[in-house]
Design a protein around this ligand. Structure first.
Ligand SMILES: [Zn+2]
Length: 85
């Protein structure tokens, strides 16, 4: 029973890390220079920071870059990862 209570904070911690990684990857894919700032904001404000991020990020579909395989905005002129057009 004790291990169940121990597991809950660990699960929350892991989910938080996963969320921060997602924000960083999503911000990078959208060509934002401020990925680290958004990570810090979400780390301290959690869901509120996540909502602010989702509304203020460049909107549009993410597609897989044919050159490097990372996600990039469909409307972007250049891939933020490899710089290919
Ligand atoms: Zn690329």
């Amino acid at each position: 029973m004790c291990s169940t209570f121990l597991a809950i904070p660990i699960i929350i911690f892991v989910l938080n890390i996963a969320l921060l990684v997602w924000v960083a990857r999503d911000a990078k894919a959208r060509g934002m220079d401020s990925a680290v700032l958004w990570m810090i904001l979400v780390m301290f404000t959690s869901v509120i920071g996540l909502l602010i991020y989702i509304f203020s990020r460049p909107q549009g579909n993410l597609i897989r870059c044919a050159n490097c395989g990372n996600n990039r905005l469909q409307a972007s002129v250049k891939c933020p990862h490899c710089g290919s057009a």
